[in-house]
Design a protein around this ligand. Structure first.
Ligand SMILES: [Zn+2]
Ligand SMILES: [Zn+2]
Length: 366
């Protein structure tokens, strides 16, 4: 069938709307008519060449919509179902078998390979192959080929056009709090960076009834939003050394810290702000893959500290997305407050607005 997709022709090029031919779903694949698709930092990083992907190609990995066809052997979703689309995984490696698909041994091939395992992409423009299967979806388009394994059937009443970001950015921030750090009631949580991932961590910390939720963020508008969403304190890093500002609020140090910035000085200050048996969760992706930070040898054992790297919030999307939607339906996880919708054909303007910080999280609607 012919669809319209936001094709990136080469590294650094803008998104260009192009009519492309999409194959019918292969065995195990699911054809989704896209209702909404979020723009995540990873889309931009790939477009700018900081992460590998073949071009020309179609990005987009926070899609959602309606199933319009299924391939052979698909049994868990059917035509007409509303679905969110998350990251893909192999389902058979040791980590997938242990219900840790975010650490799939084949994560790069299944999410950044740009093709099916047999090398085909299912997508072509004027007879020329176009890379697809980005995060098992390539959903910056009117339609996307996903997989039975990475589509999540939505409960009745879920806002189908808004749920795409649950499959990546929101799941990452919330999962860090719920799954990775397992934040306990009455505790103190630091969150560095009030972008969509950090604010999702704030929403989750509120659900977990953390007593103090301290957000570190340089932009005034985002600090204000953090307070609206349940942060108890906000810190402007320009007002002085972070660890000193944090100790003024919690003299004994924090129980948990979530870093979304991947800024070396911020990470070191978070580590210095942990209390006894504190846990630092690292979510941010550094601009420089060689970036390092220093850890003393004295305090971590003395205080029983933990440093924890986290991908996709340690989530299994099949269970975690329905959990988040159940909280949302109860009014306890208002993730829609993070989202601004714009038409898909305004994608280049939307990306620019998100990079400027005018918009926190855009969801594009075809
Ligand atoms: Zn796997
Ligand atoms: Zn993402």
């Amino acid at each position: 069938m012919q669809i319209s997709a936001a094709v990136v022709h080469e590294v650094g090029a803008p998104f260009t709307f192009t009519d492309v031919d999409l194959e019918a779903p292969a065995p195990g694949e699911v054809l989704v008519q896209i209702a909404g698709v979020g723009i995540c930092h990873t889309d931009i990083a790939v477009k700018e060449g900081h992460l590998p992907f073949p071009f020309p190609g179609v990005l987009g990995h926070e899609g959602s919509g309606t199933v319009v066809a299924v391939g052979a052997e698909v049994t868990t979703v059917a035509v007409g179902d509303h679905v969110a689309i998350s990251f893909n995984s192999c389902g058979t490696c040791p980590q997938c078998s242990n219900d840790q698909p975010a650490y799939c041994h084949n994560f790069l091939a299944y999410n950044f390979g740009g093709a099916r395992p047999d090398g085909s992409t299912g997508l072509a423009a004027d007879g020329t192959k176009v890379a697809a299967n980005f995060f098992g979806q390539s959903s910056l388009a009117t339609h996307a080929l996903a997989h039975e394994r990475n589509v999540v059937k939505l409960p009745p009443g879920a806002p189908v056009e808004l749920v795409g970001p649950l499959g990546c950015g929101i799941q990452t921030g919330a999962g860090a709090v719920f799954n990775s750090l397992d934040v306990q009631p009455g505790s103190t949580v630091l969150v560095a960076g009030a972008g969509p991932v950090g604010l999702s961590a704030v929403l989750a910390a509120v659900v977990r009834e953390a007593t103090s939720i301290i957000v570190i963020e340089p932009h005034q508008s985002r600090r204000t939003l953090a307070l609206e969403l349940g942060a108890t304190h906000v810190i402007d890093p320009q007002d002085g050394a972070l660890s000193e500002q944090i100790r003024e609020i919690v003299p004994a140090g924090a129980d948990y810290a979530v870093d979304t910035t991947a800024v070396v000085s911020v990470v070191e200050q978070l580590l210095a702000s942990l209390g006894i048996r504190g846990i630092l969760g690292l979510i941010g992706v550094p601009a420089d893959p060689q970036a390092t930070f220093s850890v003393g040898l004295f305090e971590p054992p003395l205080l029983g500290l933990t440093i924890r790297g986290i991908i996709e919030g340690d989530s299994d999307p099949q269970t975690f997305i329905p959990y988040l939607l159940d909280l949302h339906a109860q009014g306890k996880f208002p993730f829609d407050k993070l989202i601004t919708t714009m038409p898909l054909d305004q994608i280049n303007e939307a990306v620019a607005a998100q990079l400027r910080g005018d918009i926190l999280k855009v969801v594009l609607t075809p």
